[in-house]
Design a protein around this ligand. Sequence first.
Ligand SMILES: *[C@@H]1O[C@H](CO)[C@@H](O)[C@H](O)[C@H]1NC(C)=O
Length: 342
Amino acid sequence: MRPCALLLVALAGAVYASSGDRSPEFHGCVSRCRQRQCTPPNVIPLSLPLRLTHWTCEDNCNYSCMHDITSRDKRLGDRVHQYFGKWPFWRLFGIQEPASVAFSLLNFWAHWRGLERMRREIPDGHPMKKYYIVWAFTGLNAWIWSAVFHTRDWPITEKLDYFSAALTIFYALYYTVVRLFHLYPSSRRTRLTLANSSPGANNGGPTLRIWSLLCILVYLCHVSYLTLLPRFDYFYNIVFNAVVGLTHNALWALYALPASVSVFRRFPGRPKAYRPAFVTKTGVIVACMTAASALELFDFAPLLRVIDAHSLWHLATAPIAVAWYTFLIQDAREDSWRAYLG
Ligand SMILES: *[C@@H]1O[C@H](CO)[C@@H](O)[C@H](O)[C@H]1NC(C)=O
């Protein structure tokens, strides 16, 4: 997930202009290495983990030269350069960015656990349950592809990561609108009992259908635009994720406002000012989500060539996901939904 990373692009662009892969010594090192290791009859076979993760002899030369030059830069107190737009990381069993992979798997675990909890703890008739479960699956999918992308970055793994991340952010906005504007379908029983008491109660009618169609259309356009262009539009991709992610956060921030300044009815069949105490927590989590996105703004050379800002962002999203599941479950178990649970 890369919301709120507009500045990063500007920053990365500036760094890229002077990046290490353009230096003559890098090119010299790479061509000597290839001569010595990749040119028959002097082909040195790669270790099994490297072959399993599809490293080529040429990739391996680039990797060794990048680290040799970085080690020297550090020894001389020079600044660390980026290579092909990325910081130098120590690989582990052929995994390019082990910290980001580990933290992606941590997020996967958080969503896995969240999914199990929602299945168990949200009553079956709850109108939001199926949306939340679908969202949990989009989360599992996104974190698998994030782990794959950080294992080996190729154009295809990059696209799968970006499109899966966009899907889960976008689906979160989708269910947020369904939940907060009460677009979810209600059971026949609720329709009868809530017909008069709850003027805003919706039957999953035209508004829900239009909103769903609109979201499907926008997502398909997003993916098509990025796939059909000859060059991947990184800037547009980040703006899209940032706008969607921040809109999602803003809507939940409105939900978390104090009772006296309630903008919309939080729960079905209740007045606007109805605000259970746990709603305050929502505001805190949303603030954390927004603050964590700022980690995407601070780009720094990785500590010990292991931990960079991006991996810290993945580390931060895991506990936030756990808290978010707890909140969604609490929200769904609120008393106001009783009329919906036939
Ligand atoms: C490795 O480095 C060479 C020389 O700079 C470059 O042409 C090539 O594209 C690099 N390969 C990869 C996979 O980055």
